[in-house]
Ligand binder design. Structure first.
Ligand code: M6R
Length: 615
């Protein structure tokens, strides 16, 4: 969850590392720090709080050099403070390390190091790593070897980068378990390392990704990769297709706002090149699924967390309706704790924007060990989820920086629609004419998304934000394929505005939550014209009969609902299976404007991180 950036090369390193950290701050913003090699000595600057505090500190105490290492922290062990901020140094100050992950056995390690007389200066688990490095260094004969030895003592997922003033030409990175990515960017006479691609994308698109159990020796000439056992590995160089502009905020106030308004384009990119509209066929290049294997599945199990899990709940409807395969959805964090029934006839579908969510990765591993065919829908190229899957469907939505997921939700729903069609094709569950119709529906989707995301409509959202930003509780109701949208709408509101919100299946309201309805509990009802429209109208009536306030998301031209609800946001009519992609958009916009009105930190909401790489 923390962010790491490192640089070795001829240019002044501090600004490269700090700029990179700015692009990774979504990963953690409890503290930040940098270590720079200057005139044979390592100088560390670090501070609690956001990166801006470190930048202010660097303005007062500038430091620069050609080798540097930076970190932005999401606290696990030890409160957010200057002392607990990374980089951590050994007693001599000659070795420093930054880490993303958890040292699960840090207590034992700390006690045994203390028994040897080593003094600890922080409450973090990471500090044990640097002391181990120092102990191993002389015996090992170099930083890379010391890192290899040290990693052998650690339990739990961990990605580290270390440097020492004794070897001023290198950084050494290592990765153990599902600790999140380590991307090494290859420049011209300079090399970069980072936890995530956007941090270094402005410098290079040529990247190498470290696997579990690998160590990388990074110099300005490139990278050498070895296993923890010291065996050389030929690094595979990936060319990243994203452009640096797509990782920048541009004229938008927040990344989340930019990403909301990008969705017509990201859905277009997700469809592009994968569909033969005339033949009614879908080609998913990296799915690696033979028609025989596709025909062998008797169920699909979707595993994911947060917004991705809600996309999976929509996917259940799509996969069952189109491919006719029974589908269930489980949280990655729950899945492996109940001995799930999985076998070779199971298609295990993981959805993860980051490709790093540790719970989703663990669920994938569980599925794989039980013989399932594992497919991931993932946005981050080269991520762990993509690497450990039998087949991959990429989201094609470009970097998503805002902590609140938006465009990854809609593109992963579209990916599931495509997967359902690909499976239907292989299994003959629906004929070509039907497939052509469904693909034709999809072709119109970007245009409809563009209509919902008309910036000229903003007055409506601003008005709603002004009226509702002071409320403390919201209820979101949906039914059928739009029930997951109620969950997603509630999640968006709570995570960025800190207003309590609950998503509920509308038909269940009368079994309990109706007791909550009063003037203080606005109800957002998704009531587009689909097969459960009449039922939704009844539920709105029930809320109104109890003096509730209703904000309805309704189909364009629905005059009737305007007489029932207090406020109406319209979306164009769409084929039933695609309505969630449209109905989620107003809820993203509403949550965004309410959060902005409340002065919340939209892109970096408190306590959260973009990639959840710890359990
Ligand atoms: O990267 P992933 O899709 O695996 O992330 C899953 C969740 O952590 C993520 O969707 C989270 O719930 C977002 N903050 C929601 O906006």
């Amino acid at each position: 969850m923390c962010g790491i950036v490192g640089y070795v090369g001829p240019r002044p390193a501090t600004s490269i590392v700090v700029n990179g950290l700015q692009r990774l701050e979504y990963r953690g913003y409890d503290s930040a720090g940098i270590a720079v090699l200057h005139e044979d000595r390592i100088h560390v600057r670090r501070d609690a709080g956001k990166l801006s505090n470190l930048i202010a500190l660097l303005a007062q105490q500038p430091i620069d050099g050609n080798l540097a290492l930076g970190h932005t922290r999401w606290a696990t062990h030890g409160r957010p403070s200057q002392q607990n901020a990374h980089p951590h140094s050994d007693a001599s100050g000659e070795i420093v390390v930054v880490q993303n992950g958890i040292v699960e056995n840090y207590r034992e390690l700390r006690e045994s190091l203390q028994a040897e007389g080593i003094e600890f200066r922080s409450e973090t688990d990471t500090e044990v790593i640097v002391h181990l490095l120092a102990l191993n260094y002389s015996a090992a004969g170099g930083l890379a070897e010391a890192v290899r030895k040290t990693m052998g003592h650690l339990k739990g997922p961990s990605a580290i980068v270390a440097m020492t003033s004794r070897e001023p030409d290198r950084l050494v990175a290592a990765r153990l378990g599902n600790a999140g990515g380590v991307a090494i960017g290859l420049g011209d006479g300079e090399t970069f390392v980072a936890s995530d691609i956007p941090a270094i994308l402005e410098h290079t698109r040529r990247m190498v990704f470290l696997e579990d159990g690998q160590v990388a020796l990074i110099t300005r000439d490139g990278v050498q990769v070895e296993t923890l056992a010291g065996q050389a590995v030929k690094p595979e160089i990936h060319l990243i297709p994203w452009d640096p502009i797509s990782a920048a905020k541009g004229e938008f106030r927040h990344f989340m706002q930019k990403e909301i308004f990008e969705q017509a384009r990201s859905v277009t990119d997700t469809i592009r090149g994968r569909v033969d509209f005339d033949a009614g066929e879908v080609v998913l290049g990296q799915l690696n699924l033979s028609p025989e294997r596709a025909r062998s599945f008797n169920r699909i199990v979707i595993v994911a967390c947060g917004t991705s899990a809600y996309a999976g709940l929509v996917g259940k409807f799509l996969l069952e309706a189109i491919a006719r395969i029974p589908t269930e959805v489980d949280y990655g964090s729950e899945f492996r704790y109940r001995d799930p029934i999985i076998d070779e006839q199971t298609l295990l579908l993981a959805i993860t924007q980051s490709g790093e969510t540790v719970d989703t990765l663990a669920a994938m591993e569980e599925g794989r060990n039980k013989g399932a065919f594992v497919v991931s829908i993932v946005n981050s190229i080269g991520s762990q989820a993509a690497r450990v899957s039998d087949g991959v469907i990429t989201m094609h939505c470009g970097p998503e920086i805002g902590v609140a997921s938006t465009k990854a939700f809609t593109t992963s729903v579209v990916d599931q629609y495509l997967l359902a069609l690909a499976l239907a094709q292989a299994r003959d569950s629906i004929g070509p004419a039907h497939r052509r119709r469904l693909l034709n529906d999809l072709a119109h989707l970007p245009r409809l998304i563009g209509q919902v995301l008309d910036p000229n409509d903003n007055a409506l959202y601003l008005d709603l934000a002004e009226r509702f930003h002071g409320y403390r509780n919201f209820l979101f109701l949906g039914r059928g394929i739009n029930y997951p949208i109620a969950l997603e709408g509630a999640l968006k509101l709570k995570e960025i505005s800190y207003i309590h919100a609950e998503g509920y299946p509308a038909g269940e309201m009368k079994h309990g939550p109706i007791a909550l309805i009063d003037r203080e509990m606005p109800v957002v009802a998704i009531a587009v014209q689909d097969s459960v429209y009449d039922k939704m109208i009844s539920q709105i009536e029930q809320v109104k009969a109890r003096s509730g306030i209703v904000i309805a998301v309704a189909s364009e031209g629905d005059e009737f609902i305007a007489s029932k609800a207090d406020h109406v946001i319209t979306v164009p009519s769409a084929p039933p299976l695609l309505t969630p992609v449209l109905s989620v958009l107003p809820l993203q916009r509403l949550a965004y404007e309410i959060a902005v009105w409340r002065g919340a930190d939209v892109d970096q909401p408190r306590n959260l991180a973009k990639s959840v790489t710890v359990e």
